[in-house]
Design a protein around this ligand. Structure first.
Ligand SMILES: Cc1cc2nc3c(=O)[nH]c(=O)nc-3n(C[C@H](O)[C@H](O)[C@H](O)COP(=O)(O)O)c2cc1C
Length: 214
């Protein structure tokens, strides 16, 4: 089959990974690559596609923004009552994918989420612009709405409610920590001879590193 899209392809040749240079921990390795993506001014370097599954086993994914990296994992924030929040209540297993096209790199995460502490969510919420904080109250994320007017009216209502006051964090809004058990680093290489290095968590808590065929 030939279509107008079928000839779109690029040869990846910008960088090469060296197995011996990789960090012992995928978190540190990820941090190095994230810093590279930020320095290279890749678009939305913190954006990840986050996959969850519903109760029928149907996977679904959406983009969310990474907001922190720690030794324990990576975190993002959302509405706990959203579709993803409801799915994560039933099944905390997730997969997350970062793609940095300028650097020809991809990082795939597999793990489980836990909710961040209320204090951590409060701290991040308080750092957001006031309009975003009001937006968290105004938007019943993932529910069907009648149109844009519904949102602008809700936004106005909460603006009035919190006039001259601090906007507190809604209890249904907060963070998740993705605790990984597998993280794969992919570097595009010429002639489709790409490099893939995967870290897998061992029962003793150490990370095993192996290279996979592209
Ligand atoms: C670049 C980008 C960044 C986004 N960041 C977030 C985020 O950090 N948190 C969030 O809840 N939704 C974020 N969204 C919206 C989600 O992709 C999604 O539409 C929303 O969370 C509802 O998903 P759900 O119905 O599966 O729960 C972002 C979307 C884009 C395109």
């Amino acid at each position: 089959m030939h279509s107008k899209y079928s000839d779109i392809r690029r040869n990846y040749e910008r960088q090469e990974m060296k197995g011996e240079d990789l960090e012992l921990s995928p978190i540190l390795q990820f941090q190095n690559w994230l810093e590279d993506a930020i320095a290279a001014e890749d678009t939305e370097p913190t954006a990840m596609s986050l996959a969850t599954v519903d109760t029928t086993g149907q996977p679904t994914q959406r983009v969310v923004l990474l907001k922190n990296v720690s030794e324990a994992g990576i975190s993002f924030f959302t509405n706990y009552h959203s579709s993803k929040g409801v799915q994560l209540d039933h099944n905390p297993k997730v997969s997350a994918n970062f793609f940095w096209p300028l650097l020809e790199r991809q990082v795939r995460w597999e793990g489980r989420v836990t909710k961040l502490s209320q204090e951590a969510s409060d701290n991040y919420f308080a750092s957001r612009p006031r309009e975003s904080r009001i937006g968290a109250w105004a938007s019943p994320q993932s529910t069907t709405i009648s149109g844009d007017n519904f949102l602008s009216e809700r936004f106005r209502e909460f603006e009035l409610q919190f006039k001259d006051k601090e906007v507190p964090r809604p209890s249904h809004w907060g963070g998740y920590l993705i605790v990984p058990h597998k993280v794969e680093f992919w570097q595009g290489r010429p002639n489709r001879m790409h490099q893939r290095f995967v870290y897998t968590l061992q029962p003793d808590g150490e990370w095993a590193l192996s290279q996979l065929a592209p």
